[in-house]
Write a new protein. Structure first.
Length: 252
């Protein structure tokens, strides 16, 4: 697959807004010599503010590697990544950490909740770490936990919550700082269909109503259809891109 034609296909038509995420020819190599693994190869795409993008593909396709690079949790071996116009590779570690904490919300498949504190304390901690200088938004907390139906479970520790409740707490934690970008790694992977629908609806509403950019990794083709665009990955490359049902419904 030639990089020039790939870039033309994967980059959406120009808009009045600059892309909030611009990945250009990203590559990632682990190891060296005979142990070298090329996890990403010439990955190029743009994401517009408020866009919902699903990334799908089999295990080993490079989805998780791309997720960690987009979140500034690891660096690409080659290529460039601009987040809100800032080149991640040119930022110092403190600058990268500050941007990640204040502008990116993470939803991890394994929840990553601190086990020794309550659900509410886990959510509040995200606000403290972001260090935006703004007071904690209790009204937003009430709205999020009400929509996610966990308002009566906030005084419980993670081990006292079901898997679905823990994932919904993780969603609230990711959204409480009103991040510009939400990165969700298999957010419905451990949930039953009812809880999965709740989480997907929440991410959809967050993108639509708060103009947040959402990138979601998923193995579920039905879940991916909620997005504006779907990026299909295999062997570290983006093979094709298609429109999800959300973009189709917008154009009707």
């Amino acid at each position: 697959m030639e990089s020039s034609s790939q870039a033309a296909v994967l980059t959406p038509p120009p808009t009045a807004n600059a892309p909030i995420i611009s990945a250009q020819h990203l590559g990632k190599i682990y190891g060296s010599g005979k142990l070298k693994v090329e996890a990403l190869r010439d990955v190029t795409f743009d994401v517009q503010p408020g866009e919902f993008v699903a990334i799908v593909g089999p295990s080993g396709s490079g989805k998780s590697t791309l997720f960690y690079i987009l979140g500034g949790l690891t660096s690409a071996t080659s290529g460039s990544l601009l987040i809100q116009g800032k080149d991640f590779s040119r930022l110092s570690d403190p600058q990268r950490t500050s941007l990640r904490r204040s502008q990116i919300g993470f939803v991890f498949q394994r929840f990553n909740l601190l086990p020794t504190i309550s659900a509410q304390a886990n959510i509040e901690l995200a606000h403290e770490i972001a260090a935006t200088g703004k007071p904690f938004d209790q009204q937003l907390l009430n709205e999020l936990t009400g929509l996610l139906k966990i308002e009566g479970r906030l005084d419980h520790r993670p081990n006292e919550l079901s898997g679905g409740e823990q994932q919904r707490v993780a969603i609230a934690r990711a959204l409480i700082t009103r991040p510009a970008i939400v990165l969700a790694d298999e957010p419905t992977g451990n949930l039953d269909s009812q809880n999965a629908d709740t989480v997907l609806s929440m991410l959809h509403a967050s993108s639509r109503e708060l103009n947040q950019t959402v990138l979601m990794i998923t193995h579920n083709p039905e879940a991916a259809q909620i997005a504006d665009r779907i990026l299909h990955m295999r062997d570290g490359q983006i093979l094709k891109i298609e429109e999800g049902s959300r973009r189709v419904s917008r154009s009707l």
